[in-house]
Design a protein. Structure first.
Length: 55
């Protein structure tokens, strides 16, 4: 479901109070993001797609 996308991109502990006293790492509050596109498997295909204006 589209409304569940936020849960997939920003997972959280069910009860963060359990882990508050035991810090195991620190990091930046950044989002993992999401992307769309197409995949090519050869340089020739990539050049052809670029010539056609595909990305």
């Amino acid at each position: 479901e589209p409304q569940h996308l936020d849960q997939l991109l920003h997972p959280q502990f069910e009860d963060p109070s359990k882990y508050k006293e035991e810090v195991i790492a620190v990091g930046l509050p950044a989002s993992p993001g999401a992307a769309v596109g197409q995949v090519v498997f050869t340089a020739d295909d990539a050049e052809e797609w670029h010539a056609q204006g595909k990305s």
